[in-house]
Design a protein around this ligand. Structure first.
Ligand code: AN7
Length: 406
């Protein structure tokens, strides 16, 4: 290998120069991945120094495929808490439940891990603008990092289906925001065509530099659990990059002999948008896209996940599984997590916890396992449904308050 990292096609295994701008394999059209020369990485890692450094994405610089440290665009992402949920463990009778709280990232979701690397790469490759399609969080994150980098940013959203908090973020950070009368899948194919025709650098997760940043979640979990991998990691799936990225992180640590066992990667989708869950349950090699995806968890309202083939590999290669949850189960888990553990997450994030509960009740997950649920985004992103379910506050005249509270 010439450089210490290259593109590799997950289908035909062809390798490509990482200085090209590629979003798919030029030979077969397959999804691309970044492969590192792990021997070279190993030489750069000083384990003793590593363990003393605080958690954050760029702590793992030797495993992050960028070339010019002077170009790094960072808002201080990563280093999110891993909460042990003892009250939930007791309630559900499970040995270990942890929540990796990605809502603590600079723009409130896990996307920041990928964008710090992706936007840095955009600068390295000389991009003059960046773009994405989004159900909300990707656009909020990209808009912030583009602002920090001084790059113009275009985002295409499904009209009326992006939570208010996320929309406000993209607008505040100065992105050019276009809403189409169509769903996310349509928005992505549009922006992809535009980027491939030249112009902007595409920062959806078909760009394999994004998952390279997101894989640091796995590294942090391993360190936070004192180098003992959990039995299972449960991840909500939309476009399906994150479950792959986390799997990839564990795989790299395994290949570097830093861990022995690979956690079982377990993906959760919403009932109305579950092409990957269907493929896993029916043992299919390919998934069948869902025409009109629908769920209250708008972040994962995606019917044709571009990274589906990667998700199927992550789940199958790690001995994991997949499950779907209803909107009711999602909201119930969201409230439960907030009320028993003090952790505020958005609906899509609560899908991981709702899925864990369902899998344990079905006997598919052993109560003796230690499980990490990934809480991908912050409660404050998408507060409307919660206010509706939890009930608006009681509104009274000033003089009436004492009477009510007495
Ligand atoms: C909170 O922002 O696709 O399976 O455009 O915002 O890696 O797609 C968001 C996805 C889970 C799913 N949880 O992750 C977008 C977008 C939250 C999310 C997912 C998303 P992937």
């Amino acid at each position: 290998m010439g450089a210490w990292f290259e593109y590799e096609c997950i289908e035909c295994r062809a390798r490509w120069d990482p200085h090209l701008v590629l979003y798919q394999c030029p030979r077969c059209g397959g999804l691309l991945e970044i492969e590192l020369d792990l021997e070279e990485v190993r030489e750069k890692v000083d384990r003793g120094r590593w363990e003393r450094e605080p958690l954050r994405v760029w702590k793992y610089r030797p495993l992050l495929p960028i070339e010019d440290e002077g170009k790094i665009v960072t808002l201080g992402e990563g280093g999110t808490p891993l909460y042990r949920c003892r009250r939930l463990e007791e309630r559900w009778g499970i040995r270990g439940i942890y929540v990796k709280y990605e809502g603590a990232n600079p723009t409130g979701s896990f996307k920041d891990r990928g964008m710090t690397v992706g936007v840095t790469r955009a600068l390295e490759l000389g991009a003059r603008a960046v773009a994405c399609a989004s159900t909300g969080n990707t656009s909020a994150s990209l808009a912030a990092y583009a602002a920090k980098a001084g790059l113009p940013c275009l985002v295409i959203l499904p009209a009326g289906k992006v939570a208010m908090g996320k929309l406000a973020q993209a607008l505040a950070y100065g992105a050019r925001v276009v809403a189409i009368r169509g769903n996310f899948d349509r928005a992505l194919s549009l922006v992809r065509e535009m980027c491939e025709a030249g112009g902007a650098y595409l920062l959806n997760s078909v760009n394999p530099f994004r998952p390279q940043g997101q894989k640091t979640l796995a590294f942090e979990v391993i360190e936070q659990l004192d180098w003992r991998p959990p039995d299972r990691v449960v991840v909500p799936m939309g476009n399906c990059a994150n479950i792959w990225a986390i799997y990839k992180g564990f795989l790299e640590f395994q290949r570097m002999d830093l861990i022995k066992e690979m956690p079982r990667m377990t993906g959760i989708q919403a009932e109305g948008a579950k092409p990957i869950v269907d493929a896993i349950k029916r043992g299919l090699d390919r998934f069948i896209p869902v025409e009109n995806p629908e769920t209250i968890a708008t972040a994962i309202r995606i019917g044709n996940p571009v990274n589906g083939p990667k998700a199927l590999r992550a789940i199958r290669n790690s001995g994991g599984t997949a499950e779907s949850v209803t909107d009711e189960e999602i909201v119930e888990a969201q409230l439960l997590l907030a009320r028993t553990e003090g952790i505020g997450v958005e609906p899509a994030s609560a899908a991981s916890l709702a899925g864990l509960k369902k899998l344990v009740e079905a006997g598919e997950v052993d109560r003796d396992e230690v499980v990490v649920c990934v809480a991908t985004g912050n409660l404050m992103k998408d507060p409307e449904e919660i206010v509706r379910v939890a009930g608006a506050p009681l509104e009274v005249e000033v003089e009436e308050v004492r009477g009510i509270l007495a």
